[in-house]
Each structure stands twice: as structure tokens, then as C-alpha cells.
Design a protein around this ligand. Structure first.
Ligand code: PAN
Ligand code: ZN
Length: 208
């Protein structure tokens, strides 16, 4: 039996970080090309966000063993590309039946979920909201507020992330846009291509 040492971490909500974790990565806007509908607005925004990560993840990954868990904190800047709110890249878990819990700490977020067949759901992700990502749901998060969005997540350590599922379908089926009244609404993504039966079957096969 290989024992892992128990460890305590804490969430620094102000800094939007997990203190005492083991890893950190940053996503710059230039790494998110193709996510947003308005390419001109994206090109203009690149100049403003050259040095600043759009989102940053600090996490605790004791191992990637089946049965272990990965815990982390994501901090996202507020902002829009055109009228579309800042987003995480989004993914389905590489082993697609692995679920996940998000817990909001600060700011105003929305989780956008899509089933392999293209059904859309949204969940609020504000302070003390718990968003449950069931098995097989593609998920990404938007910051729909005017302050930083900070949330915690926990998922099985063997889950992995498949980002290609969103790229292959031309994005998710819906976009999260400004409704013109200070809130948000869903808009159909004109570039969306439905998944074939073979693609949907491949999601299910990822778990066997
Ligand atoms: C989260 C996300 C994190 C960053 O940890 O990975 O918020 O989003 P992207 O991975 O889509 O860039 C999670 O859902 N892990 O499975
Ligand atoms: Zn995930």
C-alpha cells in the first residue's frame, strides 16, 4: 500500500488561489483563439491582455490514480469579446463518466453544460453555489459579472480533459452573451456542428 501524506490547503478568495497546492497554470487570451464569435473584437482584445492571464488555475494533485481526487481553484477576469463573456476553454472528461463539483467563492459565474447529443443546460456559479457536473456533460464557465470570478472544483484524478470535443463541433451549441440590460442570455452558436452517432458512441466508449 502506497500511502500519500494527508495535507491541508486553504482558499485565498481575495487572491483567487489555492494556498498549499502543488500546481499552477495560466491561460492567456492568445491561447483561446477560436473560442469567440467576434474575431475582430478578439484581435483588438489581444493587445489589452498581452501580459495578463484571462484565467489561472491553482490545484492540488496528489496523484492521478484511480480513486484519488484533484482539487483546485480557478480565478477568471471579468471581460467580454464583443458581447460574449469571458469563458474557460471547456471540455468533457477524457473518461467521460467522471463527474465534478464546482463551488463558487466570489463573483458572478455561469456554468454552461452540453450533452453529447447537444442538449444545453446552465447553472449559476456565485458565492456558495454548488454546481454538479454529471457524467458525460461537456462543461465550461463564463464570468458574467464585473469582478473576478473565483471557484473551487473537485474531480476524480483519473478523469482527464478532452478539449477536442468542443473544437470538433465548432464550439458549444450556445454562447453566453450580454443581454443589453447588465445580465446574460444564451444565443445559438452559428458555427455549431452536431455530433454524429459515431462521435456520441466514442464518448460512451471512453469509459470502458
Ligand atoms: C476545471 C477546469 C478549469 C479550467 O478544473 O479545468 O476551470 O477550465 P478548462 O480546463 O476548460 O480550461 C475542470 O473542469 N476540471 O476538470
Ligand atoms: Zn472538468
Amino acid at each position: 500500500m502506497d500511502l500519500i501524506e494527508p495535507v491541508s490547503c486553504s482558499v485565498d478568495v481575495e487572491a483567487g488561489e489555492l494556498r498549499g497546492g502543488s500546481g499552477r497554470y495560466r491561460k492567456m487570451l492568445r491561447e483561446l483563439a477560436g473560442l469567440y464569435a467576434d474575431e475582430d473584437a478578439f484581435a483588438r482584445a489581444l493587445a489589452h491582455f498581452v501580459d495578463q492571464p484571462v484565467y489561472e488555475v491553482t490545484d492540488l494533485r496528489p496523484s492521478i490514480a484511480n480513486g484519488d481526487v484533484i482539487t483546485g481553484v480557478t480565478r477568471m477576469l471579468p471581460g467580454k469579446i464583443g458581447d460574449e463573456y469571458f469563458l474557460t476553454r471547456g471540455h468533457i472528461h477524457a473518461i467521460a463518466d467522471r463527474s465534478e463539483i464546482y463551488y463558487g467563492h466570489a463573483g458572478e459565474g455561469v456554468m454552461l453544460l452540453e450533452s453529447p447529443a447537444g442538449e444545453i443546460r446552465t447553472l449559476p456559479l456565485g458565492p456558495r453555489d454548488i454546481a454538479y457536473v454529471p457524467p458525460f456533460w461537456i462543461h465550461r464557465t463564463a464570468n458574467v459579472g464585473s469582478t473576478e470570478l473565483v471557484f473551487l472544483f473537485v474531480y476524480p484524478a483519473d478523469a482527464g480533459q478532452d478539449y477536442g470535443i468542443i473544437e470538433r463541433s465548432g464550439g458549444m451549441r450556445s454562447r453566453i452573451v450580454d443581454d443589453g440590460r447588465g445580465g446574460w442570455e444564451l444565443r445559438d452558436n452559428a458555427s455549431y456542428v452536431r455530433r454524429s452517432k459515431a462521435d456520441i458512441d466514442a464518448v460512451e466508449a471512453s469509459c470502458h
